[in-house]
Design a protein around this ligand. Structure first.
Ligand SMILES: Nc1ncnc2c1ncn2[C@@H]1O[C@H](COP(=O)(O)OP(=O)(O)O[C@H]2O[C@H](CO)[C@@H](O)[C@H](O)[C@H]2O)[C@@H](O)[C@H]1O
Length: 765
């Protein structure tokens, strides 16, 4: 029965038969679980499919005929017939499902009308929420829910109380962690709201302001500013528009009948829609030091396009323009001190962005990983404690996410404490039972290592120490946050297939390979995508001035040379169309193989080429860039700094992009380069090997040049061939450019793959 319960856990709009969209072979556990709901049909259905297909293949492969084949044909006919019968049943169920969706949409319409009725109460004549009878609103909304929906909020509250009672019991014990925030002992916003287009349960009341004796302040302002400005109703409208398309369509929802529901496509995720919260230490465009920021800014939008309700949680390092103060304030303990945080929020491109403001993050936008080891660790402790409670405290558009149907996507070691806190503070205490966590490895080289004493900062029960303890020949016995996260997360993803293989080796796993191998069953590689709005030569906002132009496949031959001459001019290099312009963009770090470029520079300077390098990082490598520029002033530019605009312009204006990385989990610059008709020359490692197929001059295929060992002579060899093709084989060059530009590099594929992992996590028990 546990599996059956899981299907309905806290998800008011969870359809009855979510297995339609699942591939039984990929989710054997789940299929077995469902069979208890529906009898053995589903299992047999998948078996029938499998066996008939297998037989067909066998007959094809052996070429056997007569009796054997006839028998096989008979069996296969029977199986086929059974399959058709079952398919009919499945179709009937699907129809039923669509009807349910239509009913739910009606529910949303009525919720909207309720909101309209309640508007006067919201505004209260003076725009204040303070006198709103929020309990009454809850009641109203619940009364509109059909009986088939999952337990109403009242039941949720009962559950909460039960869970709280349990916490009180367990709080006595040293072995279990107590809840994180001071005021979170009673998570007053505990409501599950799920997801997608017309599917959410309203409402969650703003918390009654509480007075702190210690600080002399109210924890939560009585009027959350987002409410004042947009109100829950307009938020709903905004959401509906995002998910449903035009407002004309929206009007149609309210009058539709179940018959014409087929005309509107359901969310791409179908019945797998979930609440997803991505947690990352940086998020573009607000904060970015590298690829992690790009991923945190783009993957959530792709997940939202599939119909999921998606939030990003990141620290607020500066005064960002869009996010508004939600009025929610909480206090968390960090190293024994009370630290107050405020949650800011914005709703952009279908995604809720929540930023955690605290004096510990403020004014760090230019140095977000700055400070000593303990400073950084304390910031990440605060970040993870505050992030995990966002679904309780921050009413996005008036509705907290709650814990039902919820998956966290934690990124890199900075957020790796989140899966640990989820277990220690909640699941060990019988709370957030259905919430899952996914940990994404963007770069295993940074692990949150320290001496064992660092355990005292993470504020966990003593028996948790063991999951942090790691021994390796380099660090000896030490404290390792990534290790603990990998062990406790429900699923682990890394950003390419190549890197997922490398991580399991002693060379690529950086001491964590044993843990990764032990957890192989929950581990998967998914290649990153790119934000095709942000990184698109046709739309790029950085190519609209200073002589740069937007270009497409059709205008490649004129647009790209124009960008090249604009770049040469901007950098003060000789403006020449015939000279190959080579670019490098990246963190100045041994990972990126900058030293290999340095070794190859004397050879390069013997060629007729220009080289521009953009980066920040290790001071000695920064100095090296400056020195190259001085030494070869007519050919090299070394731009030390972080400039998004310059990165875009180099990507557009250069002919060739060098990426000699010693290791590269995925790499985004080579993807951006290919989209802009710039040819990558890369060390075939990690994601670079996955994404840059080597040029084959005989078949005119491939996307760039690769070399197999991180050595300067190999780089020179590959770059030499690349330059030869640039100069002598113009048609081949254009073919390379066009193949690169026409690839589908969007996040949509990756988002689909992430969804599979989220579903697997959700149904893991
Ligand atoms: N000086 C500068 N000025 C402006 N922009 C700059 C810059 N230096 C770097 N960038 C930008 O930062 C991003 C770098 O992304 P990468 O994926 O190449 O590397 P990174 O190692 O940071 O990311 C890690 O995470 C990502 C995401 O998963 C993985 O692709 C990667 O392999 C892994 O190492 C690009 O958008 C690039 O343009």
């Amino acid at each position: 029965m546990e599996n059956c319960t899981l299907l309905h856990s806290g998800n008011q709009f969870q359809p009855k038969f979510p297995f339609f969209a699942l591939k039984p072979k990929k989710f054997p556990f789940f299929v077995v679980g469902c069979s208890r709901v529906l009898g053995e049909d589903i299992v047999r259905l998948s078996v029938a499919h499998g066996s008939s297909r297998e037989q067909m293949w066998r007959i094809k492969a052996t070429g056997k005929s007569s009796g054997e084949a006839a028998n096989a044909d008979d069996e296969s006919d029977d199986a086929l017939q059974a399959t058709i019968e079952k398919s009919k049943k499945v179709l009937a169920m699907q129809k039923d499902l669509l009807q349910q969706i239509a009913e739910r949409r009606k529910v949303v319409s009525s919720i909207k009308s309720s909101l309209e009725d309640a508007k006067g109460t919201y505004d209260n004549g003076n725009g204040s929420l303070s006198n709103v009878d929020v309990r009454g609103m809850d009641k109203d909304y619940n009364s509109t829910l059909p009986s088939t929906a999952t337990p109403p909020i009242v039941d949720d509250l009962k559950n909460t109380l039960a869970a709280e009672a349990k916490i009180c019991e367990t709080a006595q014990s040293d072995e279990r962690a107590t809840p994180l925030s001071r005021s979170s002992v009673t998570p007053s916003h505990q409501t599950s709201s799920t997801v997608s287009s017309a599917k959410r349960t309203l409402y969650v009341p703003p918390e009654t302001p509480k007075f702190s004796q210690e600080t002399g302040k109210f924890f939560q302002s009585d009027v959350p500013s987002l409410f004042k400005e947009s109100s829950a109703q307009s938020y709903m409208e905004q959401k509906s528009e995002i998910f449903e398309g035009s407002s004309a369509k929206k009007a149609n929802i309210e009058t539709e009948d179940p018959e014409n529901v087929d005309e509107k496509p359901p969310p791409l995720a179908g019945t797998n829609v979930m609440n997803v919260i991505l947690v990352a230490a940086e998020c573009a465009p607000w904060s970015k030091t590298g690829g992690l920021g790009d991923v945190a800014g783009a993957l959530p939008k792709a997940l939202a396009r599939r119909g999921h309700r998606v939030m990003v949680v990141a620290p607020r390092y500066g005064n960002y323009a869009e996010p508004q103060d939600s009025g929610v304030r909480k206090i968390y303990k960090v190293d024994g001190q009370d630290v107050e945080v405020t949650y800011f929020q914005a709703f952009i491109d279908g995604v809720d962005f929540v930023f955690i403001d605290s004096h510990m993050f403020r004014h760090m936008e230019n140095n977000i990983y700055g400070g000593n080891r303990v400073d950084i660790l304390k910031r990440m402790v605060l970040f993870c404690k505050a992030a995990i409670e966002v679904p309780w405290h921050v009413p996005c558009g008036g509705v907290c996410y709650g814990d039902g149907n919820l998956v966290f996507i934690a990124n890199d070691w900075h957020a790796a404490l989140l899966p640990v806190y989820l277990k220690a503070y909640y699941r060990d205490n019988g709370m957030m039972k259905y919430t899952r966590s996914l940990l994404v490895i963007h770069n295993i080289a940074h692990q949150g290592r320290g001496p064992l004493d660092d355990f005292s900062y993470v504020d966990l029960p003593p028996h948790y120490m063991d999951i942090f303890r790691l021994y390796d020949p380099v660090g000896g016995e030490h404290f390792n946050i990534f290790a603990a996260g990998l062990k406790t997360a429900d699923r682990v993803v890394t950003v390419s297939h190549g890197y997922s293989w490398e991580l399991k080796t002693s060379e690529g796993g950086w001491g964590l390979h044993d843990i990764i191998n032990e957890n192989d069953w929950k581990f998967r590689g998914i290649v990153n995508g790119i934000d095709t709005k942000e990184w698109n030569p046709e739309l790029d906002v950085h190519l609209k001035s200073d002589g740069y132009v937007n270009y497409s496949l059709d205008t490649l031959k004129t647009g790209k040379p124009q960008c090249k001459s604009a770049l040469q001019k901007e950098l003060g290099l000789p403006v020449r169309d015939d000279v190959p312009l080579i670019g490098f963009i990246g963190r100045l770090d041994p990972q990126k193989g900058v030293d290999l470029i340095a070794e190859a520079v004397p050879w390069m300077m013997g060629q007729d080429v220009q080289l521009v390098m953009l980066g920040t990082g290790r001071p000695d490598l920064e100095q090296m860039l400056r020195q190259f520029e001085c030494q070869y002033n007519d050919k090299i530019r070394g731009w030390v700094g972080f400039s998004v605009k310059t990165a875009h312009r180099i990507t557009a204006g250069a002919d060739i992009l060098l990426m000699p990385s010693r290791f590269e989990p995925c790499g985004l610059n080579q993807l951006y380069a290919m989209k802009y008709g710039t040819i990558p020359v890369v060390h075939a490692v990690g994601g670079l090997r996955d994404t840059v197929q080597p040029f084959d001059p005989f078949n005119e295929s491939g996307l760039g040049w690769t070399f197999s060992r991180a050595e300067a002579n190999q780089l020179i060899h590959a770059l030499g061939n690349c330059l030869l093709t640039y100069r002598e084989y113009k048609q081949s060059w254009e073919g390379l450019q066009r193949r690169g530009m026409t690839q589908d590099l969007s996040w949509d594929n990756a988002a689909h793959n992430y969804e599979e992992v989220l579903v697997a996590a959700k149904y893991q028990w």
